[in-house]
Ligand binder design. Structure first.
Ligand code: INI
Length: 162
């Protein structure tokens, strides 16, 4: 029996963080969590780039362009969609998650989903470095593990061809 998994060693890996300005109070805390998690796993500061977008809705198109560039081992998307008085947030969160999943599949790159979807600001704050941890750090570690796992899967089948 062979077990294939991604290690948590970040040496030499490059990451793109896409961060939403909408709910920036939350996003900035998620960024700190993500950067800290990556650097604790030996990712170099200069190997992390941050792309700011207006909101979650804009994340997929920017992720796609970044993926096309081929410069990074993984993309980490960070932000918060918080329920409002209308159903607007449902469209924003739904399309962002669908679009980002598609980018990962089409471009064969890990796209970690670190966009919180919450009922209120308190829930978001809990997940941005307080009681419920830091989902930015969680997303970053998922990206790191999956990037290394994809390397293993590709080398196991003898190359990177389609
Ligand atoms: N964008 C977010 O990132 N979070 C939200 O909670 C949000 N809500 O609720 O409206 C939001 N809307 C803006 C959206 O992402 C776009 O930037 C905007 O619609 C312009 O395209």
């Amino acid at each position: 029996m062979k077990i294939i998994q991604g290690n948590m060693i970040g040496t030499g890996l490059r990451f793109a963080i896409i961060a939403s300005r909408f709910n920036e109070l939350i996003t900035s805390k998620l960024i700190e969590g993500a950067k800290d998690a990556l650097m604790r796993h030996d990712v170099r500061h200069q190997d992390i780039d941050i792309y700011w977008v207006p909101g979650a809705w804009e994340q997929p198109v920017v992720a796609k362009e970044i993926a096309l560039g081929g410069k990074y081992d993984a993309i980490i998307t960070l932000g918060a969609v918080i329920k409002g008085d209308t159903t607007h947030h449902e469209y924003v969160a739904g399309e962002a998650s669908k679009g980002l999943a598609l980018v990962g599949l089409e471009h064969r790159i890990p796209v970690a989903f670190g966009i919180l979807t919450c009922d209120n600001l308190e829930q978001a704050l809990m997940r941005a470095g307080s009681k419920a941890g830091n989902k930015g750090a969680d997303a970053a570690l998922s990206a790191l593990e999956t990037a290394n796992l994809l390397k293993e899967v590709r080398s196991d089948r003898g190359g990177n061809e389609a």
